[in-house]
Design a binder for this molecule. Sequence first.
Ligand SMILES: [Zn+2]
Length: 265
Amino acid sequence: MFTTFSKNTNFMTNVLEYGRIILRLIWPILLVLALVVNNVSPAQAISLSQELPHRKVIVVDPGHGGYDLGAVGPSGLAEKVVTLSVAHKIKEILFGTYEVHLTRDDDYRIDIEHRTAAANHYRADIFVSIHAGGGFGHQGRGMVIFYHGPGTGERPMSPRQQESSWKTGEKSLPWDSIQHAHRAKSKVLAKTVHRHLLVKLNPVDKGISEAPCFVLRGADMPAVLVEIGHLSHPADEKELRNPVVISAAAEAICEAIKEYFRKFH
Ligand SMILES: [Zn+2]
């Protein structure tokens, strides 16, 4: 009886020991399988494990959505579609390197102040609002990067964006001055995004501009609004229909974000 028990105990000990060895051997395989299932490359996995303790947080805001189409191109392309495509692409590119949140990930409308609130809620290190609007008529075109400030009066926000924020009925929110503390870094971010977009897209260039941007003013982190084109212009609309252009714009913004963090980490 004792012998049998001892044999059983030895048997169980051996089983457990073999189990431990097998687990140790297959653990890397299980890890790789889990990463493959979750569409994470080994390079991303290494980067993930290295950066997890202090991963930067990016909040990307695809402008407009739902019944708020934004600008609509001469042949019908809506700004809300373009902005969401760029935002999805940015999230895809930065996945694994940074923590990325979108203020909306589908076709629905959210108020401007909720977009800003999302950036603050996630304690974003950077907030990027994406637009591709235009003014009245079909004359203006090109790219412009805004950061928030009183502005020089040279290039006010598009009437559509103004209209969206006026609808809230809030002219002077208590958080009006929050972005002011980040103005210098927002300007650096705007310059960096601008430079990378110039390289990738070679657009009609309207440079960077300081202006009252309602979506940025309550953001408690460096923040920019990127107008990647003027959808109301036929030539810009044609460009923005091209998935290659959308990808290039997203890549440029991602490169700029990475460069910014190399400077301010
Ligand atoms: Zn817009």
